[in-house]
Design a protein around this ligand. Sequence first.
Ligand SMILES: Nc1ncnc2c1ncn2[C@@H]1O[C@H](COP(=O)(O)OP(=O)(O)OP(=O)(O)O)[C@@H](O)[C@H]1O
Length: 251
Amino acid sequence: MTTAAPPATRNLETVGLTKSFGGVHAVRDATVTFRHGKINALIGPNGSGKTTFFNCVTGMIKPDAGTVTFRGEDITRRAPHKIAQAGIGRSFQLCRIFPRMTVLENMLAAVRRTRRRELLKGARNAEEIDKARALLVRVGIDHLENIEARNLSYGQQKLLELAGVLMGDPDTIMLDEPAGGVNPALVGRIGTLVQELNAEGRTFLVVEHNMEMVMSLSHHVIVFDRGGPIAEGSPAVVQSDPRVLEAYLGV
Ligand SMILES: Nc1ncnc2c1ncn2[C@@H]1O[C@H](COP(=O)(O)OP(=O)(O)OP(=O)(O)O)[C@@H](O)[C@H]1O
C-alpha cells in the first residue's frame, strides 16, 4: 500500500532537486509537489533559490542531482523546448521578448520556440495568426499588435509574454514574478487572467514577492528558504507559520 498522494492531485513533482554554483548551494535537496489544477505559489526571501528551482524544472539549467516528474513522466534534464512540448509553459523574471519585433511577430516567434520544426519551416499560417490575435485580445493588448515590443510598458510586456506562453497551449504555466515592476492596474489584470486561466483547468506555479497577490490568488503556497521548502499549505496556514516569519524576518 502506498502513502503517495493520489495522481489527480499531482502535477509536477521534484525529488531531491539540487543545484550549486561553485560554493553557493542555490537549490538543495528540494522535494516539492505542486497541486494539479490549482494556483501554486512559490515564495521565499531573496536568494532562497526560487528562480534556480524554476530553471532546473524547465530545463534552462541542469540540476546536479534529483528528479523532476511531470504527470508521472521523468522530465529531468530534458531540453527546454521538450519540456515546453510536454505541456509546461513559463515566463521569465525579466521579460524575454524580442524588442525590435512587433507584438504580433513576438506571438508568432513564441510558438516557434516551442515547436522547433516550425521554426525551420517558417510557416505563418492564418490559423496561427488568428490564434495570436485572439490571445492578444484576451490579455488586452490587441490594439498594440503592430507596435515594436520595446515601446510597450513593462506591464504590457509581461502581458505579451503571458500571451506568448499561451500560444503553446500549456496545461501548466510557471510565472516568475508576474507582478514585479508592474503598475497596480496591470497587476490586477494579470491576477484576473491567472484566475480565469486556472478556472479553465490550467495549473499555475507562480514565484512572486507581492504578498497581497500571492495570498489572494493562491490555493497552495510553498515557502523556500536556503534552497528548499520549509513550509507549505493554504495562504492562511503559511502566514501564521513561525518558520515562515523566521525565514523572512530572521527572528
Ligand atoms: N548563475 C549563477 N551563478 C552563481 N550564483 C548564482 C547563479 N544563479 C543564482 N545564483 C545564486 O544562487 C542563490 C539563489 O538564487 P536565486 O536567483 O535562485 O534565488 P531567488 O529566490 O530566485 O531570489 P530572488 O527572489 O531575489 O529572485 C543566490 O545566492 C544567487 O546569488
